[in-house]
Write a protein that binds this ligand. Structure first.
Ligand code: ADP
Ligand code: MG
Length: 259
């Protein structure tokens, strides 16, 4: 079945403060949706709420992956169902090597008794690290500890490739990347594009979208999607910034805070 992910009327709050004020979005397998928007408009909150970060309380709405509401699932169940988030600020975990973490993450998605064999896992990890032009020593380092910003982002993409998700949410995966790394990350996304996988790519800048052509571009302000269009919308934002949208919609402060 081709993947279908439908977010309907999603509202979420943090510590009693409403951040997401009704998000509607439909992503079909094969599609790449970009969410753009200034800082503080709720983009990362959307990503966290979809993945089930405990700090974000969903108060209304559904997010259905192939008919099942992932918002009712635990974080591990969401991962098993095929949800994946490359985080804006990946966590560092001292004492857990990258390769142990990756293998546990893969096995957590599998049934008991059908865990990936060590040999197969290593072969696959090494292959993907090579395509991402990562130094093999990163397999044995503690998860993200001492990684540069760009190395962390590349490592998030390595996780995505190994986990083979149905819905991949990439939160500012381009921040901290030099142009070569950007090309590699974009190449991985383009290569993974398929009918059973949809992408939600959160980005501040058009430059990632020079390498990944989105089917749809959405602009977020005040915890809502306030405008949607095709790739041309991202180009306009690059050229003209966000003020024209604010003018058009009569928005004075685009952040969630004051509203
Ligand atoms: N963990 C948190 N605790 C308190 N406030 C938060 C937290 N995460 C986000 N916020 C607030 O929610 C709003 C939206 O933040 P965020 O979703 O990170 O925006 P964006 O990713 O678009 O920059 C901001 O006002 C931010 O301060
Ligand atoms: Mg953010």
């Amino acid at each position: 079945m081709a993947t279908q992910f439908v977010i309907d009327g999603l509202k979420a709050q943090i510590e009693g403060k409403e951040i997401l004020k009704g998000i509607n979005l439909e992503i079909k397998g094969g599609e790449i949706h970009a969410i753009m928007g200034p800082n503080g408009t709720g983009k990362s909150t959307l990503a966290s709420a979809l993945m089930g970060h405990p700090k974000y309380e969903v108060t209304e709405g559904t997010a259905s992956l192939n008919g099942e509401n992932v918002l009712e699932m635990g974080v591990d169940e969401r991962a098993r169902a095929g949800m994946f988030l490359a985080m804006q600020y990946p966590s560092e975990i001292s004492g857990v090597t990258n390769s142990d973490f990756l293998r546990s993450a893969i096995n957590a998605r599998r049934e008991e008794g059908s865990e990936i064999s060590l040999i197969k896992f290593i072969r696959q990890m090494e292959k993907e690290m090579k395509t991402l032009e990562m130094n093999p020593e990163f397999a044995h380092r503690y998860l993200n500890e001492g990684f540069s910003g760009g190395e962390k982002k590349r490592n998030e993409i390595l996780q995505m490739k190994l986990l083979d998700p149905k819905i991949a949410i990439l939160d500012e995966v381009d921040s901290g990347l030099d142009i070569d790394a950007l090309r590699i990350v974009a190449g991985a996304v383009n290569e993974m594009r398929s009918d059973d996988r949809g992408f939600l790519i959160i980005t501040h800048y058009q430059r990632l979208l020079d390498y990944i052509t989105p089917d749809f571009v959405h602009v977020m302000m005040q915890g809502r999607i306030v405008k949607s269009g095709g790739p041309e919308l991202a180009h306009r934002l690059e050229k003209d910034g966000y003020d024209w949208i604010k003018d058009e919609l009569g928005i004075v402060d685009e952040t969630v805070g004051q509203n």
